[in-house]
Write a protein that binds this ligand. Structure first.
Ligand SMILES: Nc1ncnc2c1ncn2[C@@H]1O[C@H](COP(=O)(O)OP(=O)(O)OP(=O)(O)O)[C@@H](O)[C@H]1O
Ligand SMILES: [Mg+2]
Length: 248
């Protein structure tokens, strides 16, 4: 579903993602772990099409179609979703308004009619309830003054509403309390299915206890240096990255 081949990317004058290859199959949950600064967030930004990063060489396709040449909106319309490590605050835009615009923009590119107001409200309320998001929060400007954990839950709420084909979750577990980690994990698990893939970036096994990955990949210095199954994450928790990073 998501196929990355020899991707080299970064900021002007600095290569950060350095020859990275990774394939994520439909239905797969792939975890990416790796030391601070190894380029995990940069990879997610490059895939999502954030403007300040540039691709030097390599390919990335979603369902066989190139995504690197597309605008961020077009990538989203193709079903790519990124939950940010640091969700951005958008003053002046009510969360509800944002969610409606995002959902309808996607429906439009799929050739579906806009949601009616009651349908939209019903969906948002259901998703908010299942993720323990206080409905009052939806009236506030997006992410403004939200606590760290509230922002992370809001990212998963957006994911649940947008039903992406491929979701990249960048440290969605960081900042979550124990109960919120369970709620968010249940939200991710509820969306798992044979037509959807997840790329889950995390530092800790505790998320993977709840969201069991099919594959685990270690990223170091801009590339994947080791891949394995769920047992790899347990080994990393025990021994750290040294063996893998030195080997690279
Ligand atoms: N816009 C930028 N300007 C300058 N340096 C950048 C920029 N974006 C990323 N970098 C640098 O690239 C490297 C990789 O950063 P990145 O955020 O991708 O790491 P990460 O693997 O997500 O780390 P963490 O685990 O701490 O989240 C870091 O050294 C970072 O300082
Ligand atoms: Mg990061």
């Amino acid at each position: 579903m998501l196929e990355i081949k020899n991707l080299v990317a970064g900021i002007p004058g600095r290569t950060i993602v350095d020859g990275l290859s990774l394939t994520v199959k439909p239905g797969e949950v792939a975890a990416i772990m790796g030391p601070n600064g190894s380029g995990k967030s940069t990879l997610s930004y490059v895939l999502a099409g954030r403007g300040d990063y540039e691709v030097t060489s390599g390919e990335a396709t979603l369902d066989g179609d190139d995504i690197l040449g597309l605008d961020p909106e077009e990538r989203a319309a193709k079903g790519l979703f990124l939950a940010f490590q640091y969700p951005v605050e958008i003053p002046g835009v009510a969360t509800m308004t944002f969610l409606k615009a995002a959902m309808n923009a996607q429906r439009k590119t799929r050739g579906e009619p806009e949601l009616s107001a009651p349908d939209f409200l019903r969906r948002v309320r259901e998703a908010a309830k299942s993720l323990s998001v206080d409905p009052e929060m939806l009236k506030r400007p997006l992410n403004v003054g939200f606590s760290g954990g509230e922002k992370k839950r809001m990212e998963i709420l957006q994911m649940a509403l947008l039903e992406p084909r491929c979701a990249i979750l960048d440290e969605t577990d960081s900042g979550l309390d124990i109960d919120a980690l369970r709620v968010v994990s249940a939200g991710v698990n509820a969306l798992r299915g044979k037509d959807r893939a997840f790329l889950v970036i995390t530092h800790y096994q505790r998320l993977l206890d709840h969201v069991r990955p099919d594959t685990v990949h270690v990223m170091s210095k801009g590339r994947i240096v080791t891949s394995g199954g769920p047992e790899l994450a347990l080994e990393l928790e025990k021994n750290g990255y040294r063996d893998h990073v030195d080997a690279a």
